[in-house]
Design a protein around this ligand. Structure first.
Ligand code: 5GP
Ligand code: MN
Length: 343
């Protein structure tokens, strides 16, 4: 992936003057890609002498705790004061792995307090919001970490990538592609992975840290969700599951525990689309996944006030669980009638 030379030059000049006060923000429920991109990009900026604060709206999943530098991330929900003062002082803000400020939830209000800092978007979601001073948006990048890798390569050369950065970038590439199994698995991505491997990262260890670091409670919650809460409609082609806050409490739910659940129904041969509804004190979080041409980004935008990618999207619902599920079933029927599920 090549970016236009003038955009690279503009970014280069933004980060060559300094030292600057820089804030990196990533989306709510930050995942391996959001965290990996934050850690890797921070390292580039720190090596150029800048003062960098990484901020996320809420806690990242515990299976990322091992990532080098993760303790330095400010979690807005736990430390709003520190996050707000870094945002106020910032002269440059990077928005990583999201396409709309609303994805920051409460943190977006804190960000609005600084309207003088320059804002740069680095992201791979469809339809990015307008208003960034500089935008590196590429929806065909399988992860923000891959996009960032290409950006770093063009800006500084791959020599600038340290082993620590390679680890962070690899986590984003691995998690956002479902361990290299989703779309956009280009030769260029594998060439990037080869460069990261040359930096000496321990790929089996990273895999083990991320995918085999769960609790016993999580394994049982997964069993419960699939066995008791998975419903299949549309002649076996559409699935949905839900977990209420009470059910999550029963299994001592921790942030990240439901990661990947929504993908599981798609292991069933005929399945085209899957949804997960997670209870939350203010609303229900909706996660959607699909296969092939079934476009859940469209579905999420139309029926759940959300968005994302063609095969992985999300949104929110402000009515009860029962009403959310009824709305989903009706929406799926309409979507199918209009050809959204193919034949
Ligand atoms: P997940 O199901 O893993 O939470 O999210 C899947 C994808 O949908 C991610 O790329 C995420 O950024 C996007 N997404 C999740 N929730 C929302 C939402 O409320 N609004 C928008 N626009 N995108 C979302
Ligand atoms: Mn991502």
């Amino acid at each position: 992936m090549k970016f236009e030379n003038d955009k690279i030059a503009a970014l280069g000049s933004l980060i060559s003057e300094g030292p600057r006060k820089i804030v990196l923000v990533a989306h709510t429920n930050p995942d391996g890609d959001a965290i990996g991109a934050s850690l890797a990009w921070r390292e580039v900026l720190v090596s150029k002498g800048h003062e960098v604060t990484m901020i996320v709206p809420n806690k990242y999943p515990y299976f990322l705790d091992w990532m080098p530098g993760i303790d330095e991330i400010t979690i807005f929900r736990f430390d709003a004061k520190r996050a707000t003062s870094a945002i106020r002082a910032a002269d440059l803000i990077f928005c990583l792995d999201f396409n709309a400020l609303s994805r920051l939830e409460a943190l977006s209000e804190a960000l609005a307090e600084n309207d003088t800092a320059q804002r740069v978007l680095i992201d791979h979601h469809l339809s990015p919001e307008k208003g960034f001073d500089l935008e590196f948006s590429c929806p065909t990048a399988s992860s923000t970490c891959f996009l960032l890798y290409c950006l770093i390569e063009q800006l500084c050369g791959t020599e600038a990538i340290t082993r620590r950065m390679a680890e962070s970038l690899y986590v984003g590439m691995m998690t956002d592609t479902g361990n290299f199994s989703f779309s956009f698995l280009t030769p260029e991505l594998y060439r990037a992975v080869a460069v990261l491997a040359e930096k000496g990262i321990d790929i089996p260890q990273i895999h083990n840290n991320v995918y085999n670091g769960y609790t016993e409670d999580r394994a049982r919650l997964f069993g419960y969700t699939i066995h008791r809460k998975m419903n299949v409609i549309q002649e076996g082609t559409v699935a949905y599951m839900s977990l209420t806050e009470a059910e999550m409490r029963r299994y001592r739910f921790q942030q990240g525990d439901s990661e990947g659940f929504v993908n599981y129904p798609l292991t069933i041969k005929k399945m085209k689309m899957s949804a997960m509804f997670l209870g939350h004190h203010k609303f229900i979080r909706v996660s959607l996944r699909s296969r092939g041409d079934v476009d859940v980004n469209l579905f999420a935008r139309r029926y759940f006030n959300g968005g994302g990618h063609k095969n992985a999207a999300g949104g929110k619902s402000y009515v009860s669980m029962a009403e959310t599920i009824a709305h989903y079933i009706r929406s799926v029927e309409e979507f199918a009638r209009e050809g959204g599920l193919g034949e």
